[in-house]
Design a protein around this ligand. Sequence first.
Ligand code: BGC
Ligand code: NOJ
Length: 823
Amino acid sequence: MKYGYFDDTRREYVITQPDTPLPWINYLGCQAYFGIISNTAGGYSFYRDARLRRLTRYRYNNAPYDLGGRYIYLRDNESSEFWSPSWQPTRHDLEKYECRHGMGYSIIGSQYKGIEARTRYFVPLDENLEIWQLTVTNHRSSPAKLSTFSVVEFCLWDAQDDATNFQRNFNIGQVEIEDEVIYHKTEYRERRDHFAYFATSSKSANFDTQREAFLGPYRGWESPQAVANGKLTNSVAHGWAPVGSHQVELHLAPGESKSIIFVLGYHENPKDQKFDPPNSQTINKKTVKLTIAKYLDQKNVDRAFEELRAYWEGVLGICQVETPDSHTNRMVNIWNAYQCMATFNMSRSASFYESGIGRGLGFRDSNQDLLGFVQMVPARARERIIDLASTQLPSGGAYHQYQPLTKRGNNDVGSNFNDDPHWLIIGVAAYLKETGDWSILDEPVPYDNEPGSETPLFEHLQRSFQYTLDRLGPHGLPLIGRADWNDCLNLNCFSDTPGQSFQTTTNKEGKVAESVFIAGLFVLAGGELAEIAQRRGLKDEASRYLAEVKKMDGTVRKHGWDGDWFLRAYDDFGNKVGSRECEEGKIFIESQGFCSLAGIGLEDGLAQKSMNSVRQHLATEHGIVLQQPPFSKYYLHLGEISSYPPGYKENAGIFCHNNPWVMIAETRLGNGDAAFDYYSRINPSARESISELHRCEPYVYAQMIAGKDAPTHGEAKNSWLTGTAAWNYYAITQWILGIRTSHDGLEIAPVIPSTWRGFKAVRKFRGVTYHIDVDREAEGNHVSLVVDGKAINGNIIPVPANGQTVVKVKATLGSAVAVAGSR
Ligand code: BGC
Ligand code: NOJ
């Protein structure tokens, strides 16, 4: 069953039924001001940091789930009836309903008793504000006398504090109302230099700023007293719960339409110009009035919307493909790329599953997100790399997370996730291959943000690599530390206290437990680092790295191979994890995917064997599960992984993030059919038709789909903020379609399904637009290239030296030799 459809020409997903299985959301804003908006206008807004600068309040895990947001009520003043055009919160039986989630905007529209209302919500580029552009049309044959009510509930900035510290918070709320603009200024009198505002383009009849005055005692958002009465009360909030609500009268002749703009924004004043007059307690509004006035003007709003569209046209235009599969086209050309922007912006901080108060930006996560983002806005990727590296510790280790506002490592979560440092190498390598901007390696970057500790970025990479060499275990494999990629494989934790955090509790020092996954990651990252060193003229360094990589490769074969697949780890007792000797958790996906994609066992059949085992033991119709058999009980020595019921999350769920590792491994073995088959199983668009089972949005990936051991096999959870976005984008574009960035130019190495006759692509790369036409002539993956009419050797197209900006590429596929593309 479906709840809507894809409108690919407009790059929108159109939801036609408001009661989707779960709230289906979109993100507003892509730079500093952000909002989350659901298909029923639920959600909230923040500036840069979902915890520390929350503008509007949202209660997670509410019932119904999707309550609290950017609400508009319409009231028919003749019948006294009122309703929500976005369905929530009044949930009237609307005559028509449609939510169009697009690139950085959402349009929610409906019709009720002949009154149509559509609201376009978006954040203009380079502004710290959001616009709600409401258009109301009277389709009745008689005039309509309506009142419109907008409402937001302000959050008292720190969302964690806002939800807990009521003995203080009920006393501090403050607002100002001036020229019909509502200013929310809680704590402005003391240490804050920022405030929020809510304005409307129409002369507003009345306002409210105190929640209780708006809702009335004992009433909820579905039946606000003031709306029922048809009159806001002009309340001024002193403490309790400040809200912003405007009442606008709308008289519409039959067939007439009118528009109203609401602007919700965030503004910071210079410290010494906070008040006007200076020694008063009144907000200095001179610095913001022009901006407010600008966006209350329809023309400027329309222009800003066109600019947003043009921005996305440009960003998505960097890679466009035309393959025989419409799901692939749609995901690559629109939604997967779009999701990569969201994961880049949010890391794992704010979604409908990530509360925005728990996690900042993850070191491992944000580095991996670069794989799907770096081509979109390279300058922002560069800045992110420097920010990430600045939180690295002198040991080469890393804080696991940092707060986006302060850019400081988060001490509460700490470090010692022993895979973390390598992801920096992977992120930087992706950046270099995309941009060719080698200057980044010379950028002075501190450790732990300590001024004076700066070294060139390149040394950060060297320390990342060395970090593992300094922490090898009894078999010569990397020690796992607190955990590796799998946050829940906690081999040094031994937690037996209820509620204790597996992530942060003090661990054993851990000199025994080793990770085969980190070994695979070390091989991949080491290869990248050697290539970088070589190109910086550091030949000896490069050979040393390669020697270490080779040694690790050998160690994996010797101590990390279980006969038919790669082992996962050794536990604190030196026993195998992920071995046929184990009773549960005999085989894990991470080491199969990562060791094989890193190239271990490609030549001698180990990788192929490992892939066969994945197919036999882990693959399901809904994707590849993380391990088998699931853990049926809690194992003290394995930690959080065994805390989940079988089939969920890391305990044998389909953890979509790691499925693309298997896809890439399959392409490295030349198996295009297998790679694409796995790709399609978890492709959200391909799963649209089973939305009642999948439940999450059909336009973005979810972190997890319940595995075969779960009673709800096939049900997705935790959509949007997951490494799945970047990895799938990377797998399909660079490995299956094989349009791959390399230091020397654009490499063309498709490993596509045998039934495909070919495909076309346009890829912008280092200022050049490549028009690529791939044709299959015979079976196999061998590539012959004709570039601008001339045959070239190999499959890397160097960037033209002569300033040429358009290049035509004809790639012919097929030969008996089914070799995989090189890295
Ligand atoms: C989840 C992991 C997550 C970790 C860190 C665990 O409970 O299962 O997927 O990475 O928490 O927040
Ligand atoms: C989600 C985390 O964000 C990511 O860093 C981790 O690798 C996976 N969970 C697996 O545990």
